[in-house]
Design a protein around this ligand. Structure first.
Ligand SMILES: [Zn+2]
Ligand SMILES: [Zn+2]
Length: 341
């Protein structure tokens, strides 16, 4: 075989020796300037595939790959680059394009100016417009949320959304309503996931109801309202269930009630003890005294009122934590103060 250009003998590529083939075929036709949009709110870059929260180096790699035309017959063309910042929005980028054809490789060096165009991405645009799709409602089961629950739930949701670092997942607004909280969220999926996670962390039930609210590009769009009902009581609450008075030792996955009179603990499914009623009670460390009659009493630290304590303490203790209700004093297994709202 010989080259049709120069007549050299040896292997040829489409009739040309390697030297003439490389001379005749540049790897790419590169432009002088490339533009890329960057969201001035979240820093995402816009590529052909859409907005993407990636760093500048990855964005440049994507930009070169998708906007520099590769020339036939080169195959599997790859780029490497080094960017130099002229100012915040102008880069001088030195690029190497490597092309492959049969057993040949060709490297083409060139320089391209990349202009970063400040813009606003779709998800920041929606957020600014107070856009929402999903609604998450958090309520108490037959009661209002306590101020701690309000704070806890708010913190939980905000931290979870921040941690996800997904520009498409955001909270549009939060409203305090009917003793509970409403979160307006960018997607239905986010609402559902948060509902599940909240019920796992705080103990409660989840339900959801989709509601058609319109059409988008020919398909039906639903707004899903997810509702979390937080359990009727908390660890440390004193409740009356059936005939017994009990302290709540655990709320999930099972409710554990410890009978205050007998000291026995029993485990229930949360829905089975929904009927249990909270009872006003204090829990504090009290002095234990033995009266001359032999009766063992607990002494209220403020009023100094003495009441028989049940069950009778086994060891001759001087102080212990008790639950103090309107009609009695009971030994507690929980630390003091946990039932205070
Ligand atoms: Zn030749
Ligand atoms: Zn953005």
């Amino acid at each position: 075989m010989f080259c049709v250009e120069c007549g050299a003998e040896g292997p040829t590529y489409q009739g040309l020796c390697a030297r003439d083939f490389l001379k005749k075929h540049p790897v790419v036709a590169h432009p002088e300037v490339l533009d890329i949009e960057r969201c001035k709110s979240c820093g995402s870059f816009r590529l052909k595939s859409g907005w993407s929260k990636i760093d500048r180096e990855l964005a440049l790699a994507g930009l070169l790959r998708e906007s520099i035309p590769k020339l036939a017959p080169w195959e599997r063309v790859t780029f490497t680059h080094v960017a130099r910042e002229e100012d915040a929005n102008n880069l001088s980028v030195t690029v190497k394009a490597l092309g492959r054809f049969e057993d040949l490789q060709s490297v083409q060096d060139f320089r391209v100016r990349v202009r970063i165009k400040p813009s606003i991405c779709d998800s920041c645009q929606k957020q600014r417009g107070r856009y929402f799709e999903g609604v998450l409602q958090v309520r108490g089961d037959g009661r209002e949320l306590t101020p701690q629950e309000m704070r806890g739930v708010r913190t939980f949701v905000i931290a979870r959304v921040d941690r996800a670092a997904d520009p498409a997942a955001f909270v549009s607004r939060i409203e305090e309503v009917h003793g509970g909280l409403d979160f307006y969220l960018s997607t239905n999926a986010l609402g559902k996931a948060l509902a599940r996670e909240l019920s796992e962390s705080f103990g409660g039930s989840v339900s959801s109801s989709p509601k058609l609210f319109g059409q988008k590009e020919g398909r039906e769009v639903y707004r899903v309202t997810s509702l979390v009902r937080l359990g009727a009581f908390h660890i440390g609450d004193v409740v009356r269930y059936k005939e017994s008075l009990a302290e709540v030792m655990s709320v999930r996955p099972f409710v554990i009630l410890r009978d205050l009179a007998t000291g026995e603990s029993r485990r229930f499914k949360p829905k089975d003890v929904r009927r249990a009623k909270r009872v006003e009670a204090e829990r504090f460390e009290a002095k234990i005294e033995r009266l001359e009659s032999g009766q063992i009493v607990a002494v209220h630290p403020d009023s100094e009122e003495a009441r028989p304590v049940r069950p009778v303490p086994k060891d001759r203790t001087a102080r212990t934590v008790v639950v103090w209700t309107r009609d009695g004093a009971y030994l507690s297994l929980l630390p003091p103060e946990t039932s205070k709202p």
